[in-house]
Design a protein around this ligand. Structure first.
Ligand code: HEM
Length: 220
C-alpha cells in the first residue's frame, strides 16, 4: 500500500508542476482573468510548483537523514511557498473565479486548511513533535496534490458532458470538491492506519527513499 500511495503522490506532484509550467508557457488561458491579472495567477502557479517540488524531497527519508540541515531550510521555504500559493488561491477565487462566486466557497476552506496544515506542521517540528509534524505535512500534501486529481477528473468529465463553457464552469467546481474530499479522506485514513495505538507514529527501521511517507523516522 505504501508503494501505491508514494507512486501516486509523486505522479500527482509532477503533474501539478507540469500544469504550472504549461500555465506559464500558454499564451491564452481558459480563464480570461489569468490574462487580465497575470501577477496573482503567476505567483500562484510558481509558488505552488515550488511547494510541490520541495515537498517531494522533504518526504524522502534518505534525504532527511543525510542532510537534516537541508530538510530544515527547504522545509521553511516549502511552507512559505505553500502558504503563498494558498493565499493567492483565495485571491483568484475571490477576484476572477472561472467557476463564479461559489468557487470561493468550495476552494476557500481547503486553501485555509492547506495554509493551516503547513503552519502547524512547521510549529510542531520546531517543538520536536515529529510524529504530529509528519501528519500535518501529509494533510498539506494531500490538499496540494488534489489540484492534479481535479484535472484528471475534470477533463474526461467535461468531454463526456459536451465541453461547453457554461458546463465547464460548474463542472470545475464539482471536480475541485470531489478531489479535495477524496484526498483529505485518504490522507486521514492513511495517517490513522500508520499511527500507533497511543496516537504516536510507530518506531521503524530506516527505509529507502520516500518510504517514510508511510512511517515516522526515529532518527529525527
Ligand atoms: C500546491 C500546489 C498548487 C499548484 C501547483 C497549483 C497550480 C495551479 C495552476 C497551474 C492553476 C491555473 C490553472 C490552469 O492554467 O490550468 C491554478 C489555479 C487555481 N488554483 Fe491552484 N495550485 C496549487 C494549490 C492550490 C490550492 C491549495 C488551492 C486551494 C485550495 C488552489 C486553488 C486554485 C484556484 C481557485 C485556481 C483558479 C481556478 C480558476 O478559477 O480558474 N490551488 N492552480
Amino acid at each position: 500500500m505504501t508503494r501505491v500511495i508514494v507512486s501516486l503522490t509523486i505522479f500527482l506532484a509532477l503533474l501539478g508542476i507540469a500544469a504550472s509550467v504549461e500555465h506559464l508557457l500558454a499564451s491564452e488561458h481558459y480563464n480570461a482573468g489569468f490574462d487580465e491579472h497575470p501577477v496573482p495567477s503567476r505567483i500562484h502557479v510558481i509558488l505552488g510548483a515550488l511547494y510541490l517540488g520541495l515537498a517531494l524531497v522533504q518526504f524522502a527519508g534518505e534525504v532527511r537523514r543525510r542532510w537534516p540541515g537541508f530538510h530544515r531550510v527547504a522545509g521553511r521555504v516549502a511552507v512559505v511557498a505553500g502558504v503563498g500559493a494558498g493565499i493567492t488561491a483565495l485571491v483568484i477565487a475571490a477576484w476572477f473565479p472561472f467557476g463564479g462566486t461559489p468557487e470561493l466557497v468550495i476552494t476557500g476552506p481547503f486553501a485555509l486548511l492547506f495554509g493551516y496544515a503547513l503552519a502547524r506542521g512547521l510549529w510542531l517540528a520546531r517543538r520536536r513533535r515529529f510524529a504530529e509534524h509528519r501528519e500535518w505535512m501529509i494533510r498539506a500534501m494531500a490538499v496540494g496534490t488534489s489540484i492534479s486529481t481535479m484535472r484528471l477528473i475534470f477533463v474526461p468529465a467535461l468531454i463526456s458532458f459536451g465541453g461547453q463553457e457554461e458546463v465547464a464552469r460548474w463542472l470545475s467546481l464539482v471536480c475541485f470538491g470531489i478531489a479535495f474530499v477524496i484526498h483529505s479522506t485518504v490522507a486521514e485514513l492513511w495517517i490513522r492506519s500508520t499511527r500507533s495505538g497511543d496516537g504516536r507514529a510507530p518506531e521503524v527501521v530506516p527505509r529507502p527513499l520516500f518510504r517514510d511517507l508511510g512511517r515516522q523516522v526515529e532518527a529525527e
